[in-house]
Design a binder for this molecule. Sequence first.
Ligand SMILES: C=Cc1c2[nH]c(c1C)Cc1[nH]c(c(CCC(=O)O)c1C)Cc1[nH]c(c(C)c1CCC(=O)O)Cc1[nH]c(c(C)c1C=C)C2
Ligand SMILES: C[C@H]1O[C@@H](n2cnc3c(N)ncnc32)[C@H](O)[C@@H]1O
Ligand code: SF4
Length: 450
Amino acid sequence: MPPTILEKYGEARLPRYTSYPTAPRFSPAIGTGAYGDWLQQLACNEPVSLYLHIPFCRSMCWYCGCHTSITRQDRPILDYLNVLHDEIRMVAQRIPQRLPVGEVHFGGGTPTIVSPAEFLALTALLRDHYDFSDRTGIAVEIDPRRLTAEMALALGAAGVTRASLGVQSFDPVVQKAINRIQTEKQTAEATDNLRRAGVGGINFDLIYGLPHQTVQSCIDTANAAIAMLPDRFAVFGYAHIPSFKKHQRMIDEAALPDGAARNAQAEAIAETLTAAGYRQIGLDHFALPGDDLVKVQEAGRLRRNFQGYTTDNCETLIGFGASAIGRMKGGYVQNEVAPGLYAQHIASGKLATAKGYRLTAEDRLRADIIERLMCDFSADVGAICKAHGVDPSALLAGNGRLKQLANDGVVTIADGVVHVSREHRFVIRAVAAAFDAYIDQSARTHSKAA
Ligand SMILES: C=Cc1c2[nH]c(c1C)Cc1[nH]c(c(CCC(=O)O)c1C)Cc1[nH]c(c(C)c1CCC(=O)O)Cc1[nH]c(c(C)c1C=C)C2
Ligand SMILES: C[C@H]1O[C@@H](n2cnc3c(N)ncnc32)[C@H](O)[C@@H]1O
Ligand code: SF4
């Protein structure tokens, strides 16, 4: 990418657009009342997706931006699981009828920190309250450093179809600087154990822009990972916001690659993966040609949600656990982030919603445009506006940010279609931001776009 474009758009603090509006726009004005109403309004026979958050890990990775905490003991985890069971029952009581389930995602933290029996009990409880079918996908985030063969078998027995393993970097120098020592053998064994247990879809998460990371280090990690033949990769740029996550202060800022180096690393990983036969999906995912993610992208049906790019097309996502975000027809809800506060609400028989957002008609229009841009690098703004019954001229002709992007050659606009060229895909967040009505209020809270 030309350095001037990178300088101009790559370093701006911009959202990742896993939702629109983004989470920093959520407000305490939308809470348990709205969520209770929205649950009550869920229509029968319409499939929903479920997200369950397990906010515990055994040790802290210093780069981590997830909602998690470290515990050596099992007691806090057991107490949390009891609350999670209570929340699942409470939410089920508020939904008028049993609903079919599209996708289930266990995220964290480290969901596999629970025992095999506890994991089976959790999925059994979900099966008690929702209709699972052969087509229901169940995905679990996994820390390969601590996945036992027994746990892999339990995941298979529970019907888990996909596993997402945290790999990040295989470089020992980087691993030391991020407090995450993980051998290639541990990752390979976890992958083998999962496959043997029938968990067929394997994703690896990689990160670039970590301390001491170089282009060569990224290529070496990608090659070592490719040798383990995962079906998918998610490749994230390290988001360094020490004011938001205090443990990131442990990372030596002098060892962090600059914007140009980050971009070179991202491109090197993308080239290594595509040369090995992976197709790039959206901004940061890669998948083998037979993968469902590739099929839906080719059909123009790729979706983006809080977990990233997905084949899941359910309109409703019900979130369980501390910090879990749900998406209802009416808007978004997020549970209390602190596990203690979350538990207090559930124990007193209330929903644990801390904040949320009620979508307006204009939000839905902008959300559709931003989702297509993030998924396809192109959006038929004219057609989307027409589907929403809105005149596109205000979004196109009167759009200063978009005009600037067009002048700089990042986008072309023809017949109401906004198209981002392949070489500019790393600044897609800046293009999405041109359709974000709240961007000027939120630009400061987000990480670097490149
Ligand atoms: C699995 C790990 C998770 C990552 N993000 C989330 C999880 C569960 C979810 C999450 N993290 C943040 C938010 C915003 C709302 C909030 O509760 O504060 C959500 C829904 C905060 C956050 N995480 C990252 C940043 C830069 C921020 C703050 C600003 C912002 O909303 O953009 C960085 C980050 N975290 C994760 C990734 C993959 C990532 C960046 C690539 C993991
Ligand atoms: C869920 C995935 O999110 C990624 N992840 C966690 N924290 C960060 C961060 N600060 N920046 C970028 N990616 C991150 C890791 O790759 C993890 O596996
Ligand atoms: S990256 Fe994963 S294992 Fe590391 S602290 Fe974050 S949630 Fe825990």
